[in-house]
Design a protein around this ligand. Structure first.
Ligand SMILES: Nc1ncnc2c1ncn2[C@@H]1O[C@H](COP(=O)(O)OP(=O)(O)OP(=O)(O)O)[C@@H](O)[C@H]1O
Length: 243
């Protein structure tokens, strides 16, 4: 059984068919890559799976239960975490506050009043250490570099202990040293049992990190398989090169 699968997902914006009948299954326990030319529907697919966009038709199933059209909060609660293409953190909260808000958005006022749960603070520090940014816990998020903000965003996602993590362009706007660090972290987190789905334009990262790659073109999957196979697939070359 695949933990996440979709059946015939379709979404159009006006006249643009962004996602066109997508039926895919993720490999459980793997680092799955999702690649494709600009505008091929990858982010829209992510947004449908995580409840930010409602599909026109089709279904999303997680652990054989339908989660189509569930709220983002409910989907996160079911065990699916995600990061965003343009990293999302609360700029005026400290690093530690960002971590705590991630698990208790509804109790923001208490948090701001200084009522911190010791267990959660410890867990937050654990993830910050794993990301290598524990020394920044009292810094405001807006004072972090973009790469550090990406690490914070991932750490905050992990506070909810997701089994499946969707990463939208983790290498985007990040320097090569940090790309290596993020790659290493994803591998470690995967080795601990988390499944990943990674949208990424950096082919070195995709080819070096992913076990299984799905390729979208014009809103639908055109190929999938191990990175080395996908890279040689004529349909994939055609989609990218337009030949
Ligand atoms: N909110 C929207 N309103 C109108 N059109 C949209 C919207 N979101 C996406 N689209 C269109 O849907 C298509 C798929 O876009 P999407 O962002 O999902 O592709 P992508 O593969 O993630 O692209 P990229 O690699 O550039 O991020 C594109 O033609 C895009 O212009």
């Amino acid at each position: 059984m695949s933990s996440l699968r979709t059946e015939g997902l379709t979404k159009s914006f006006g006249g643009v068919l962004a996602v066109n009948g997508v039926t895919v299954e993720l490999r459980d326990g793997a680092i799955n890559g999702l690649i494709g030319p600009n505008g091929s529907g990858k982010t829209t697919f992510f947004n449908i799976v995580t409840g930010l966009i409602r599909p026109d038709s089709g279904r999303v199933l997680y652990r054989d239960r339908e989660i189509t059209r569930h709220s983002p909060h409910r989907i996160a609660h079911a065990g699916i975490g995600r990061t965003f293409q343009l990293c999302r953190v609360f700029p005026r909260l400290t690093v530690l506050e960002n971590m705590l808000v991630a698990v208790r958005r509804t109790r923001l006022r208490e948090l701001m009043a200084g009522l911190r749960d010791a267990g959660e603070t410890e867990r937050a520090r654990h993830w910050l250490r794993r990301m290598g940014i524990e020394h920044l816990e009292e810094a405001e998020a807006r004072d972090l570099s973009y790469g550090q903000q990406k690490l914070l965003e991932l750490a905050a996602v992990l506070m909810a202990e997701p089994d499946l993590v969707l990463l939208d362009e983790p290498a985007g706007g990040v320097n090569p040293a940090l790309i290596d660090r993020i790659t290493g972290l994803v591998r470690d987190l995967n080795a601990e049992g988390r499944t990943f789905l990674v949208v990424e334009h950096n082919m070195d990262m995709v080819m070096g990190m992913c076990d299984h790659v799905i390729v979208f073109d014009r809103g639908a999957p055109i190929a999938e398989g191990p990175p080395a196979e996908v890279r040689e697939d004529p349909r994939v070359l055609e989609a990218y090169l337009g030949v």
